[in-house]
Design a protein around this ligand. Structure first.
Ligand SMILES: [Zn+2]
Length: 127
């Protein structure tokens, strides 16, 4: 069985590479063993306004009123940065969300202002 590291306040420092602010570990789906991003592929985006830190709860059908805050997002340049990712169709308000390409769990992230953002606490990390 593969073991993973989960996001927490105490693991946060281990997850971010100090020199370049990128992910220090491979990033996986929280449910299955599908790899989403290789290490050093994305940058920690710690912008802290309400608009940029919320993400709909899993299974809440992408309704923004059931959103929760995430500690920070990993920012990817574009879809080709990902090893595997699913992209939803646009919702009524024009938002698109990211999910696991294998098991469809999501949202694990969102697309906002053409930025691809992965919620740090919606994914697992290699040990
Ligand atoms: Zn999955």
């Amino acid at each position: 069985m593969v073991e993973y590291l989960l996001y927490s306040d105490s693991s946060k420092e281990e997850l971010i590479e100090k020199e370049n602010n990128t992910n220090s570990r491979n990033i996986y789906c929280p449910v299955c063993d599908c790899i989403v991003l290789r290490k050093n592929a994305v940058t920690a985006n710690e912008t802290k306004d309400e608009f940029s830190t919320t993400i709909p709860l899993p299974g809440s059908n992408n309704k923004v009123n059931f959103s929760e805050e995430t500690p920070f997002f990993w920012e990817a340049k574009n879809q080709f940065t990902f090893e595997n990712v699913g992209v939803s169709k646009s919702t009524n308000d024009g938002k698109r969300y990211l999910s696991c390409a294998d098991c469809d769990f999501g949202p694990i992230g969102k697309i906002e202002n053409t930025k691809y953002l992965i919620a740090a606490d919606r994914v697992r990390y290699s040990l």
